[in-house]
Design a protein around this ligand. Structure first.
Ligand code: PRP
Ligand code: ZN
Length: 294
């Protein structure tokens, strides 16, 4: 059988993570036509295909090696991976989709610490994570597994408490539930199969990761450019934010003058610039960094 040479990325078809995931992939130079009912999208700029699926299915697609990358909530990834020998790996936290998996009880229920959960029935769609959390705290409660609509279980009488995702807290409030414990801090993550692909797909994967790091991390980084007399250079360098990456260039036809270019992640506010100017700099520019490859 011919090895697959296009890279496959699984993304939630519709839901909270869909739009930010598409936005991130676009910032990595991948653009896709997004149809309403298409499960497969092709990128024309790179040999990459996108698979649009339910978020719950993404960890299994990675574990089977059917996809090379997936954007999914850490909660779904960890729930799936719990107890596995070679689970899919979390490669990066992506900085969106922050929420928590939390235990909540009806407002009127007297429950102020972990031990008060003893002997309760707790409804959740994350049974493995909840069971492990309870076991670590030596609480014996009954885990009631539900695939959705967890928050109404106490009203229906099928559970005493819930363990569900909380983002704004609106769902809990609407169901008169009160949050009591956090089981997991979650966020959208980039995940991949345990086995790293070789050959062209492996190379493409490494390239995309580098683009992704540039697209996510150095948002705060900027490029500082200025001109000064070489004599002032040391005092100027001392004022730059720590760990700035600098290059100094001679100015043709103006002996003793240099251009400084620095990639800085720290403070470059007006006061800092004024201080640098007082140290002898002229023609200072601060530019945003849109893309970077170190
Ligand atoms: C989650 C969770 C709650 C809601 C909490 O469901 O199950 O219902 O979000 O968010 P809030 O605190 O902002 O109200 P989600 O919409 O992710 O759907 P799913 O769990 O059915 O995939
Ligand atoms: Zn879901």
């Amino acid at each position: 059988m011919k090895a697959r040479d296009r890279l496959r990325i699984a993304v939630q078809k519709s839901g909270r993570l869909s739009d930010p995931a598409f936005d991130l992939l676009e910032r990595c130079g991948l653009s896709f036509e997004r149809g309403s009912d298409r499960l497969f999208c092709f990128s024309e700029s790179e040999p990459v295909d996108l698979l649009l699926v339910r978020d719950d299915d993404i960890p299994a697609l990675l574990a089977q090696g059917a996809c090379d990358l997936g954007i999914v909530g850490r909660n779904k990834l960890n729930e799936f991976s719990s107890g596995m020998i070679e689970p899919p790996r979390e490669l990066r936290a992506l900085g969106f989709g922050a929420c928590r998996l939390a235990i909540a009880v009806p407002r009127e229920l007297d429950c102020d610490d972990v031990q008060a959960l003893q002997d309760l029935r707790i409804a959740t769609s994350h049974p493995k994570l909840l069971a492990r959390w309870l076991e670590e705290r030596e609480v014996s409660a009954t885990v009631v597994t539900l695939s959705g609509s967890v928050e109404i279980a106490p009203r229906l009488g099928t559970a005493d408490a819930v363990c569900d995702l909380v983002q704004s807290g609106a769902t809990l409030a609407a169901n008169r539930l009160r949050e009591v414990e956090t089981v997991l801090q979650s966020t959208a993550v980039l995940a991949a199969p345990a086995i790293v692909p070789e050959g062209a797909r492996g190379e493409l994967l490494a390239l995309l990761l580098a683009r992704l790091d540039s697209a996510t991390h150095p948002r705060a980084a900027r490029l500082l450019m200025l001109r000064s007399a070489r004599d002032c250079l040391n005092s100027i360098l001392r004022l730059l934010p720590p760990a700035s990456r600098t290059s100094v260039l001679d100015v043709v036809g103006q002996p003793g003058q240099v251009m400084l270019q620095a990639w800085c992640a720290g403070d470059l506010g007006w006061r800092k610039l004024e201080e640098i100017k007082r140290a002898g700099a002229r023609e200072l520019f601060v530019l945003p960094v849109e893309k970077a490859l170190a």
